[in-house]
Design a protein around this ligand. Sequence first.
Ligand code: FRU
Length: 486
Amino acid sequence: MKGLEDITLNAAKFYKRKRRNNWRLNYHLEAPFGLVNDPNGLAQYKGKYYIFFQWNPFRCEHKFKHWGLFTTEDFINYSYPKAVLAPTNRYDKNGVYSGSGYAMEDRLELLYTGNVKNKYGKREAYQCRAICDEYGNVEKKGIVVGKIPKGYTAYFRDPNIFERNGKYYFMIGAQTKDLKGRALLYSSENFEKWNYEGEIKTSYDNFGYIWECPALLNIEGKDVLIFSPQGLEREEFRYQNIYQAGYIVGELNFDTLEFKHGEFKELDFGTDFYAPQSFKDEKGRVIMFGWMGLPEEEQYHPTVNKGWVHCLTMPRELKLINGKLIQKPLIEMKELRKDKIESLEKVEIVSWKSDNVMENSYELVLDVEKYESSLFEIKLALGEIEYASLKIDFTKNYGVFDNSAMAKGLKSFRKFKLNNLKDKIKVHMFMDKSAVEIFLNDGETVVSSRIYPKEGSNGLEIISYEGKLKIDKLDIWSLGGFKFNE
Ligand code: FRU
């Protein structure tokens, strides 16, 4: 196995070369080679943002999980990715799995799961500590929780640190022996010794067979438990992907561990979103990255043949409004705007096509009114033989993201409800080569998907069905990319 330094050097070579490829991303974090999954260890430490991620630098398979690291001060200029944790110890030999970070005065504390398959092929899980310094050097400190609490299987992973009332805690994903997903809580005074507090008692007794990446946030005085359950049944408007990622909002009693909460809500309705992680920055913003991918779906991504797969979402700011998480692209993303290539105001259309989108790297802001139309469609990545589509149905109050007319990649159809449409909708869309993120109605509903357009499939068209649609405002900017430096 290649060592961390070799991987880091090879990554740097990749960034020094001029990259030109249809599907390589401009402003989404991706790996130069191998497979990327969950964002890990998110934190701001000494003014710098640390974005670690799950990385198999060798192959496009869920094996050999390392931690990679990007750092940035402004979410535009990034360091080259560094490989910082490798699965080389007996307690993490089958994967340095997901975990989190917590910035202290003099160090960045990290916790992760050491995934081990023992000699009988049985899974073991160890919660391990590591420390990162201000130069991004990471040092392993070994196991801090070696035992799985009674009654749970070895799907015991993804410790997520937070602080409450002067004490440190981590939430961790678990599975009961009768195969039900759970989140467990640990506490500590010092990051070295962790005490098992118990299981979080939610009203979701039977809600998937495992909960991955649980994390407790405090937003506007409310407790928000974000987690990624596996095993929910697909419904017409919900749970359409193989696995889900969402949250419950309420109040956690730290003495009894009872969590009074509302209904589970999904964070994203596109084809590619899982295992998000969030942190609070020094400005008090709650910032989230998700993995723009899903486990067991690599076969749908044609980049696998080119030796790389998946990326992270753009950074999003989370706000809690009326019990609902609202997601907006981080304000820094505006710095990527180059030229305003389209600008319309108060026009009625049956169909409209852009002549100015030359590359799949743009941001679109569209405010429309139903007017006479019952349904409208935005066709993107439009080429001679293909397109992806977002449809908004004003009469039935739902939206659809449809990949099925794309030549390559997953062919899918994702349907989601839109509340309070009131005959108007705001669409804020970021198209980045092979990734699209759509924020509807100021971030109330988000749809993130990978699409793999052919060379030249970068058309954009808006079509209204059964009458005219009124465009109150349409702006499109071409976007530049993130910059990477040593
Ligand atoms: C989520 C997950 C985590 C695990 C990691 C391994 O995508 O399965 O539960 O720690 O990926 O890469």
